[in-house]
Design a protein around this ligand. Sequence first.
Ligand SMILES: [Zn+2]
Length: 252
Amino acid sequence: MKKIASAYIIVLSLLTMPLAQAQVNPNMVQAGIDALTALTLTNAQVAAYSKEAVKEMDAKNKVAGPNDPYAKRLKRIVGRYRSVNGIPLNYKVYLTPDVNAFATADGSVRVFKGLMDIMSDAEILAIIGHEIGHVINKDSHDAMKAALQRSAIRNAVASQGGTLGELSRSQLGGLADYMVGASHSRQQETDADDYAYAFLKRNGHGVLPLATSFEKLAQAGGKVPQFLSTHPDSKSRAARVRAKAKNDGLKR
Ligand SMILES: [Zn+2]
């Protein structure tokens, strides 16, 4: 495994080296390339790494305790939604002013105080529905897998044959940051919106809070929250939800 790691480092240094200096045994380069493509991860491994990265996030952020008003409010909002499609969900509030929320492949949902301060209960549930959509649609899984494929972390993972537990704090921190900042494609965002809409409708909630949450964010302007950092913009997402609701004859 050590060998694979060093071959990988050679390829990495090759990539960062001016071409004229790059005179290395081509077999070695090939070995490095093989190592680059050798890292395969099972779904369970990706979920396990997600869990570790969330643990790191939880350690880095101020988590609302069970008696904190924010934690109590979130508990009330998510109510019976303790698992979806067989994936157990766990929720926590970070007592930080960011307007943000994220969910990870292992079913961890994290909501920031800043978001809860500007949204109604129904809007928070709608946003959580969107985040759960990313989990169900495997977007969170794909984002974590992509993070694990990144150089520094990948090297550590590959050298251990994909076993967990040996990542350093800083590597875990890197994974955690990547997870929170993970931006999904336009299509993934639209699909997650559709999931949230169907989730609310199916469970007897109003669907329009999904639209009003986007409208609030559009109105707030300025800093776009990370979880909505990709296009389409909040306004057109809200309009899309409203059009769907009209089409379905839903008034709330
Ligand atoms: Zn999203």
